[in-house]
Design a protein around this ligand. Sequence first.
Ligand code: UDP
Length: 326
Amino acid sequence: MKILVTGGAGYIGSTVVSELVKAGDDVVVIDNLSQGHRAAVHRDAIFIEGDLADRSLLDSIMAEHQPEGIMHFASNTLVGESVEKPFLYLGDNVRNGLNLLEGAIDHGVRRFILSSTANLFDDPERIPIAADERIVPGSPYGESKYLLERLLFWMDALYGLRYAALRYFNACGAASPDLGEDHDPETHLIPLVLQVALGQRNSLTIFGDNYDTSDGTCIRDYIHVLDLAQAHILALRALDEGSRVYNLGNGNGFSVKEVVEMARRVTGHPIPAVMGSRRPGDPATLIADSVAIRQELGWLPQFPDLRDIIESAWLWHSQHPHGYEE
Ligand code: UDP
C-alpha cells in the first residue's frame, strides 16, 4: 500500500516507517522536524519537510501521491507541557488533525491510523485497562487525542473512512542500534536512566515513592516500539473489515524502582537515584488490557521482557550518546 505517515521522523513514527518499508509498502513522510530527525527516516521513504497546518501542502501531497492510508503520529505529546500551554494541544493538535482529515476525505483516502494514548484513562475503574474503560482524559494532551478519536468516529459514520485508534501505554526500547529515541527535552524514564549511565546526568529523580503500589513507586506498562509498529501494520491491513480502537501494552507492569534496577544490571553502572516529590498528573498504576488486538489480529508482543527492552535502548543510547545530532 501507499501510506502517508505524518511525524514519520519521530521516535515511534520512524520505527513504523522502517517496518512498513521492510514489509514492502510505499511510504511518504511529512514531518516539520520540530521533534523529529531527518536521519531517522528510512532512506527508501519519500521525505517532505512540512507542517500539517499548511492545508494546501497537504492537498498537493495527497494529489501527487494518492495515499491509500494515513498514519498520523505528528503531534505535541507532552502531558506536562499541555497543562501549561493548552492551546498547543487543544488548538494545534486538533486543528492539524482536522486539516489532515479534511484532506483525507477530499482525496478519497479510506484508511487512517491514529496514535492515541493511555492518557485517556486518568481514573480507571479496572486494571488492566481495556479499550472500553471510561474515558477521563488526564490533560489537554489526552483530551486532544480523544477529540481526534471522536472526529474519526464521525468521519467513519459519514464518509466511510475506516480508522484504528491505537492507545499506547509506555512506548520504549529501540528498533535497532541505529534507530531509537531522541527527544529534546527528554522527559521519559528509560532514556533519562540511561543518560545517567552514560554520565550525562548525575542522578535520576524518582517522582514519588508514596503511591499505593508494591514498592511505592508508579507502575507502568512498557511496550517495545517494534511491538507497537507491528500493531500498526496489523491494524492497517485489517481496516477494510471495520474501524477499531485498541489499547496497546504488554500487560505487565513495572515500577520505577524495577526499571532503575534493571538498567543497573544491563549497563553495569550504579545509576544513583534520589527521591523527589510526585509529578503532577501521574496515576499510580497504568497497565493495558490488550486482549482485543491479540484476539482479533493475533498481535503478540515479541519483547515483553524488561531486560530486552532496556538492552535494546542501551544499544542505541550507548552507540549514539548524542542521538541523531552527531
Ligand atoms: N519518572 C520518574 N523520574 C523521571 C521521569 C519519569 O520517576 O525523571 C516516572 C514517572 O513519574 C512515571 C514513570 O517514570 O511514573 C514513567 O514516566 P514517563 O515520563 O517515562 O512516561 P509516562 O508514564 O508519563 O507516559
